[in-house]
Write a protein that binds this ligand. Sequence first.
Ligand code: LHQ
Length: 263
Amino acid sequence: MSFEHLLLHIEQGVARLTLNRPERLNSFTPALHAELRAALERLRRDDRVRAVLLTGAGRGFCAGQDLGERSVAPDEGAPDLGESLEHHYNPLIRQLRELPLPVVCAVNGVAAGAGANLALACDIVLAARSASFVQAFCRIGLLPDCGGSWLLPRLVGMARAKGLALLGERLSAEQAEQWGLIWRCVDDDALADEALALARHLASQPTYGLALTKRALHASADNSLDEQLDLERDLQRLAGRSEDYREGVGAFLAKRPPQFKGR
Ligand code: LHQ
C-alpha cells in the first residue's frame, strides 16, 4: 500500500504513520483523509501491528484543515462544513478511538485546529518542548471540532477549555503537560526516540487487555459508577479468557518476564 501524503513504516509491532505534507504544515485535504483512513483500516486488520505511532513530517504536526482549499469567493454560496465533518473528520476520530490498539501521538511541532484535536484523540500524547497546541477555530469563525468541544472540558476542565477555545492562543507543550492535556512534554531531540520506545513497549504488552482498557475509559465519560462497574465486570470476563492473561499470571508466579502475544 503506497501513499502520497503519508508515510507508513511497520517494524517490531509498531506502525509509524507520518503525516507528510510539510510545506502546508501537514494540513488536511480530502486525499490525506482518504489515505489516513485507509492506512488505519489496514493496520486494524494486520496481526503484526500491536501499537500505532502518529507524527508529522517537518516542523509542524498538523495545522488542521488545509485552508487553501476553503477560500470562498463573494459570489459563491456558503460551504457546507458539516459535510466535511460527516465524511472526513468524524469518521477519522471514531476510527482512532475505536482502534483496538494503543495509539501514541508524537506532536513534533504546532498542532492547530483539527490537528490539535486529532492529537488529543490519540491514547498517549507526547509533545516536543517547542511544540504548541492552538484551538485556532475561533480565529476563523468556527468552533472546535474533531471532538474538541467534548474532550477539552474533560481533559482540562471547563474554565481552561473555554479559555483555549474562545481565545485561540498558543498553548506551549509544557503548559499542556502541566494542565493534563497531554501525557508528557520531552526535549525536541528526544521526541522521536522516546515516542518510538513508548510505542515499542506498548507493542510488547497484552494488546487485547489494552484495547479493553481503552474501551472502559472511553465509556466512563458517559456512565454512572453503577454502569461502569457492570461494564468492568463484562470486559474483565473477556480479558480473563485471553492467552495474555494466562501468560501474565503464569510469568508472575514463575518469577519470569511475560511473553505476551497480543491475544
Ligand atoms: C497552511 C495552514 C492551513 C493551509 C499553515 N492550511 N496552509 C473542519 C471542517 C471543514 C473546514 C474547516 O476546518 C475544519 C477544521 C479545522 O481544522 S479549522 C482550523 C484550520 N486551521 C487553522 O486555522 C490554522 C491556520 N494556521 C495557523 O494559524 C498557523 O499557520 C499556525 C499557528 C498553525 C502556525 O503558524 P506559524 O508557525 O507561524 O506558520 P505559518 O503560519 O507561517 O505557516 C507555514 C506555512 O503553512 C504557510 O505557508 P507559506 O506558503 O506562507 O510558507 C501557511 O500558509 C501554511 N499553512 N496552516 N491550515
